[in-house]
Structure formats: C-alpha cells, structure tokens
Design a protein around this ligand. Sequence first.
Ligand code: T46
Length: 184
Amino acid sequence: MNVTETKLKGCFILEPQIYSDSRGYFMETFNLEKFTEKIGYKPNFVQDNLSVSTYGVIRGLHQQLPPFAQSKLVYVLEGKVLDVAVDVRRGSHTFGQFISIELSSENNKQLFIPKGFLHGFSVLSERVIFAYKCEGFYHKESEFGINPLDKTLNIDWKIKKGKEVISEKDKQAISFNELNPVSL
Ligand SMILES: Cc1cn([C@H]2C[C@H](O)[C@@H](COP(=O)(O)OP(=O)(O)O[C@H]3O[C@H](C)C(=O)[C@H](O)[C@H]3O)O2)c(=O)[nH]c1=O
C-alpha cells in the first residue's frame, strides 16, 4: 500500500495494493495493522457508511463538532467523485486550505480525513457508490456544515454549470466566513 501525506497535516492519500489476475482483481480496502504502520495513527473506526448518488450531486461540506468529531477513510466502489477535505482546525497553519482529489473505482485511491476537517464530494460519473469508515458515531445534533458553493473557498467541483444537485440543508448552510474554527 502506498501512502502520501497531503499538504494538510494528517490528511493522507492511500493506494492499496491491487492483485489482478484473469478473474479481475482483489484489494484490501482496510487493514488496521498496515494503516497504523503507514499512517502512524491507530484509528478506532466504529461505523461504515455507503451513499449512492448520480451525476452532479454535491454532498457536503460537513463535519461533526467535538466531542463527536469524526475522522473518515473514504473511497469509491463504483464511479468517480471529486473528493474535498477542508482544514478547519483551530490553530492549524493550513486553516481554510483544502485538497481535492479524484477518487474512482478506476484509480482505487482512498483519502484519510482527520478530525477537524469539513468533507464533501461531487459526483463526476453517471452514478457513484461511495463508501467510508468513520471514527466516531453519527451524532445528528453535533452535525455541522457550510455551503459547498461557498464563495470564499470557491471550490471547483467540476460539475457542468447548473447541473449541481445539492440538498436544501446544504444550500441553507452558513458560509465559510461565519465558521468557528474547531478546537479538537
Ligand atoms: C451521515 C449520516 C446520515 N444519516 C441519515 C440522516 C439523514 O436522514 C440521511 C441523509 O443524511 P445526509 O443528508 O446528512 O447525508 P450526506 O449529505 O451524504 O452526509 C454526508 O456527507 C458528507 C460527504 C460526509 O462526509 C458525512 O459523512 C455526511 O455528512 O441519513 C445517518 O443515519 N447516519 C449518518 O452517519
């Protein structure tokens, strides 16, 4: 498994080993021992999620506030997304910076997003099955988010103009400038 730390400390791109043969291919989507050895952090993933979306959907930018903050290991089972993680950790020298990366069932890349980040993705293929492991259970009351089309962040979600599909909750979310940094 190849692991690369992004410009945002603690946020890593993982490329699991793919074992191809005449039948197709095999990969370990998560191995605690290898993850801990390569990343230097032992996650306590307690919840697995899966969402299915069609082209143009933008889910996010969400997080859960402490003590329910979640880290996530995200990847795509089918299709392609642009995945975005925004550093909103209080005191981080990359506060407000984000990374965006294409995750797909072609490149089999994964992204580990630590606690204190906003997370979201846009769907670039006709359909996507998006899977992720969460450290920390879902806790609705501590859910928090900003509008994914926020002008300050100005994220290019790579969706044709006017084709964005965003939930009412996300459309009505606050702007980045109204955000309080997250004290972990
Ligand atoms: C996140 C979550 C949601 N739900 C229920 C609550 C709603 O009735 C329904 C849809 O929830 P929501 O619209 O918040 O789903 P997404 O917009 O995909 O939210 C996710 O979007 C971005 C990409 C994330 O990283 C988060 O994991 C998560 O916030 O599922 C649950 O029952 N458990 C959960 O863990």
